[in-house]
Design a protein around this ligand. Structure first.
Ligand SMILES: Cc1cc2nc3c(=O)[nH]c(=O)nc-3n(C[C@H](O)[C@H](O)[C@H](O)COP(=O)(O)OP(=O)(O)OC[C@H]3O[C@@H](n4cnc5c(N)ncnc54)[C@H](O)[C@@H]3O)c2cc1C
Length: 561
């Protein structure tokens, strides 16, 4: 067992996080950024080397930017200038069937500049997890219990008792925390012990993943100028993706109705390449695709996040990215409640906001898998004949129609809205109808507040800070918001627009942005009851606002950034 703190703390940790996968690490980073102490428990002492989660969405990069690690992740080891193109081929040495062009990690940030200060990137999990871990070590607010397993837990009205075992020594001990975030992955023992069921189709298909090293496959992919290839032929369907952008690759074979345990990895690589290669297998593992979401994300003081709460097909990169979104939503709410300005309804809004996003993303990934698995594969597809040529032309059209959607998801990455959230003030407006793959900036309550540049380096998103931020038209009187926030002890900063374009982008004279960068309320005039607006945004019931407003001294401003 190792700890990052010099001495063991005997008082309850504000938050315990079970699982130091990408989602547990994201929650620990969000809490560290907010100065909230936590204990992070994982049975592993070494990072998982098997590569997954390489497709990092723009919204996740925006969160990394808030924690100060976006550049470190972008330059963590994957070649920043390598275009992230996707090829569709019959085999790596076979025929071309189609192509999706995507900029490199560095170029994507430039291409995305008008809608985000960051862009989606490609970076395998073991590289970006190390950056997240380093950040936590620097923060010094996280106690890491590595090599420790959580055997059981009990919750009462005040907290959660955790029964932990050091796997190296067998030493069993207990820790207490006020809240437990279960980021314990697909087979979450926390979810099971809480009796929370998964809704949907569990284990729809079992597949084989092969982590391999091969200079020759690297050459073949460089010749195609691609980091990913969907291999489509009558024998089998597979997907090859870059790990380090050089010799390390991951090959996935979709076993469909077959049994992946009976597949020979060497033969699979040969079939994908179209000939024998120098490939050396690092590791093979069987994994399952799912379309499931937990029926509930919370029981009392225990919350589910990441794969513990939703499991999907790895098509479109929605797994880890959805989990990081969970972590951010839960993180600011825990912070608010622990600091005393979050209301009694705030934590319950976690499930209300995140579950619908999970349902949508799980369905989107399933749709991508369905599109991939229902391509009409002719037995002549790989043939050097007129018939083969005609079949490939037909396949190219089918790919163009059904498969490109998977790689143009910016509308989903940035455009999700917490519709119907109990802590957002719905204003009766209807979501703008964006064509597939397009993000339309808007400030509807629940939406991500849009990005604009204040100067070439500073985005609006950089100025939102750790509390609420009232973004407003220049010259408008906002003192009533300052007074109400002070009375309710809610941290609030303000940001006024500099240009007419920015005013237009924000659509209303006043837009209240939450600590996670989503819009809580908007209007053209000062609301009659500002305390009610703020109170609902932090999950307070009316009585809680009145009580605090009577007792708190009125301060003129709080937490301006
Ligand atoms: C082939 C493949 C490709 C993928 N590609 C992408 C992609 O490009 N983009 C994307 O967003 N997603 C992708 N995913 C999905 C992504 O890998 C997962 O969604 C993500 O890893 C889930 O993270 P997590 O932190 O929730 O869980 P995990 O990564 O599973 O972490 C859970 C942790 O909890 C620990 N743990 C569990 N129980 C206990 C216990 N009782 N005591 C102590 N420790 C415990 C485990 O040791 C583990 O470290 C892919 C998945 C696959 C299979």
């Amino acid at each position: 067992m190792s700890t990052t703190l010099n001495e063991r703390r005997l008082d309850p940790a504000p938050v315990a996080i079970l699982g130091a996968g990408p989602v547990g690490l994201a929650l620990a980073n969000e809490l560290a950024w907010r100065g909230v102490r936590c204990v992070l428990i994982d049975r592993r002492t070494e990072p998982l080397r098997f590569p997954t989660s390489e497709s990092i969405h723009a919204r996740t990069m925006e969160h990394f930017r808030r924690w100060g690690i976006a550049d470190a992740v972008r330059y963590a080891g994957f070649p920043p200038e390598l275009p992230r193109n996707v090829s569709f081929v019959t085999r790596l040495t076979g025929y071309d069937l189609g192509r999706v062009e995507r900029p490199s990690n560095r170029q994507q940030q430039i291409v995305s500049r008008s809608i985000s200060p960051e862009g989606a990137i490609w970076c395998p999990k073991f590289l970006f997890e190390e950056v997240m871990r380093r950040r936590l070590r620097d923060a010094g607010t996280v106690e890491i219990l590595a090599g420790c397993e959580l055997d059981a837990f009990e919750q009462d009205a005040e907290g959660v008792e955790l029964f932990v075992r050091d796997l190296a020594t067998g030493h069993a001990f207990s820790r207490r925390a006020l809240y437990l975030a279960a980021c314990d992955g697909a087979s979450s023992s926390t979810r099971k012990s809480l009796g929370i069921k998964l809704e949907g189709k569990f284990a729809e298909g079992r597949n084989l993943g092969i982590f391999l090293r091969s200079a020759e496959l690297g050459e073949m992919m460089r010749a195609r100028d691609s980091v990913m290839a969907d291999i489509i032929n009558p024998d089998f369907s597979a997907n090859l993706s870059a790990v380090d952008g050089d010799e390390l690759w991951r090959l996935i074979i979709f076993a469909r109705d077959g049994d992946p345990d009976t597949l020979d990895p060497e033969t699979c690589i040969q079939r994908a390449a179209g000939r024998k290669t120098d490939a050396v297998i690092v590791e093979s593992r069987v994994w399952a695709g799912h379309t499931v979401v937990a029926e509930s994300f919370q029981r009392g003081r225990v919350f589910l996040a990441g794969d513990a709460a939703h499991l999907l097909w790895p098509r479109g990169g929605f797994g880890m990215n959805t989990g990081v979104g969970d972590a951010v939503d839960l993180g600011w709410k825990l912070d608010a409640v622990l600091k005393g300005w979050g209301g009694s309804e705030l934590l319950a809004s976690y499930e209300a906001e995140r579950r619908p996003v999970a349902v949508r993303n799980v369905a989107e990934a399933a749709e991508n898998y369905r599109a991939e698995s229902s391509l009409p594969i002719s037995t002549h597809l790989d043939e050097n004949s007129t018939r083969g040529e005609a079949e490939r032309a037909r396949m190219s059209r089918a790919i163009l129609e059904t498969r490109t959607r998977e790689w143009s998801t910016i509308g989903l990455q940035l455009g999700y809205v917490y519709e119907g959230s109990p802590i957002c003030w719905a204003d009766g407006t209807v979501a703008p109808r964006a064509p597939d793959g397009v993000y339309l900036a808007n400030t509807r309550p629940g939406a991500r507040a849009p990005h604009a540049w204040l100067d070439p380096e500073t985005s609006y998103l950089d100025r939102f800070g750790r509390g609420f931020c009232l973004v407003h038209r220049r010259g408008i009187e906002v003192a009533a918001f300052d007074r109400a926030a002070a009375a309710l002890e809610i941290p609030l900063s303000t940001l006024d627009h500099e240009t007419i374009t920015q005013e237009a982008l924000y659509e209303r004279a006043l837009v209240l942005v939450r600590p996670d960068g989503h819009v809580a309320w908007r209007g053209n005039e000062m609301p009659e009851d500002v305390e009610a607006v703020l109170g609902k945004a932090v999950g307070r019931v009316r009585r809680e606002c009145e009580h605090l407003a009577r007792e708190a001294p009125v301060r003129s401003s709080l937490g301006r950034s």
